[in-house]
Design a protein around this ligand. Structure first.
Ligand SMILES: NC(=O)c1ccc[n+]([C@@H]2O[C@H](COP(=O)([O-])OP(=O)(O)OC[C@H]3O[C@@H](n4cnc5c(N)ncnc54)[C@H](OP(=O)(O)O)[C@@H]3O)[C@@H](O)[C@H]2O)c1
Length: 327
């Protein structure tokens, strides 16, 4: 596919660096970068082929040579940064979690509707080749009736209390950073939960260190999900149906391999598809496809589903007693 959308990256931290790397490795167009500081923007631009360096987010979104903005700031800033870009007439790919809570998510959905622009949550896993194939396998009925999703996202991350992940003021905690992956996956496979049960332990800074979640999806569906920010887990996922199951290998939310195993234990499909770079280009390509086709919603992740997922995370947080400053 020929790429015509000119990207602007808002924020210059860890994931912005990964995204820029993937854009350039796959022939997408990086037109500009915006940072809170001139030095930050210039350093980033020098590393990634000298796109225009803007010393404020306001300047970035006003750049006429930018069509779409990738919001790569900490979660509490997503709503303001995304509204800023939409109001400047830019399409937006906004990092996960979509926002801090469902109220903020709805503000974005409303603004995107009003401005007739594309907004897409950068839940990059949804757009990866193995997930596209898994969705096809489930849709064609190979698994029979799908009853169960098991998934964890457990990483050993920095314990520094001032790190974004541990700081309540920056939306810290395992759930919104890591737990959103199994939550979004369970919703993708089995739909929104009809009942939610959650239990967590906390860090000394008061955010969730580990959270265990059970979803009921109507009468037959159940999801068992886990996230943690200070222990490295298997990071595998399994989807179990009456006729077969899918075992997705470590690391299930990144480009990876999987097997479909029937009820007798025989492997009936093995998936192994090489992916160039980290794989963040697929979500950018999906936004580009929508814009070029004059579409506003991705079937893989509609805005309404991103809003609903924030509502699910709100309920998990209510049960584990996790409230962010200003909420
Ligand atoms: N998809 C994935 O695999 C993945 C992986 C990691 C993180 N993420 C998501 O990406 C977002 C950013 O995470 P990150 O790890 O890239 O964070 P990070 O390394 O801390 O970078 C965040 C950037 O946001 C900007 N920023 C604006 N206001 C800020 C504030 N008050 N404090 C700190 N930084 C601020 C800064 O850029 P300037 O100074 O240039 O303005 C900073 O470099 C999070 O929402 C996270 O969930 C996604």
């Amino acid at each position: 596919m020929a790429h015509t959308i000119r990207w602007g990256i808002l924020g210059t931290g860890g994931i912005a660096t990964a995204f820029a790397t993937d854009l350039l490795a796959n022939g997408l167009i990086l037109s500009a970068v915006g940072s809170r500081s001139a030095g930050g923007a210039e350093r980033f631009a020098a590393e990634f082929g000298n796109p225009t360096a803007h010393s404020s987010y306001e300047e970035l979104v006003a750049d006429p040579d930018v069509d779409a903005i990738y919001v790569a700031t900490p979660h509490p800033m997503h709503v303001a940064n995304t509204l800023l870009a939409l109001r400047a007439g830019k399409h937006v790919l906004v990092e996960k979690p979509f926002t801090l809570n469902a109220l903020e998510a709805q503000l974005i959905a409303d603004e995107a509707e009003r401005s007739k622009l594309v907004v897409l949550e950068a839940m990059w896993t949804r757009f990866l080749p193995h997930m596209v194939r898994i969705r096809e396998i489930i849709a064609t009925g190979t698994l029979g009736e799908v009853h169960t999703v098991l998934a964890d996202h457990d990483q050993k991350l920095p314990s520094d209390p001032s790190h974004r992940l541990n700081d309540p003021a920056l939306g810290g905690g395992a759930l919104l950073d890591l737990g959103i992956y199994p939550v979004s996956f369970a919703v993708d496979v089995l739909g929104l939960p009809t009942r939610i049960l959650a239990s967590a332990t906390k860090t000394s800074t008061g955010v969730d260190r580990q959270t265990a979640i059970i979803f009921e999806h109507g009468e037959t569906g159940r999801s068992v999900l886990h996230c943690a920010l200070d222990t490295l887990g298997p990071n595998a996922a399994t989807v179990i149906g009456t006729d077969a199951r899918i075992e997705i290998d470590d690391t299930w939310y990144k480009p990876t391999t999987f097997r479909v195993i029937d009820a007798e234990g025989t492997v009936i499909e093995s998936f192994d598809h090489p992916v160039v770079s980290r794989g963040m280009q697929y979500q950018a390509a999906e936004l580009e496809r929508l814009v070029n086709a004059g579409l506003r919603e991705s079937e893989l992740l509609p805005v309404s589903e991103s809003v609903a997922i924030m509502g699910v995370l709100d309920e998990v947080r209510r049960q584990i007693g996790l409230v962010y400053p200003g909420e």
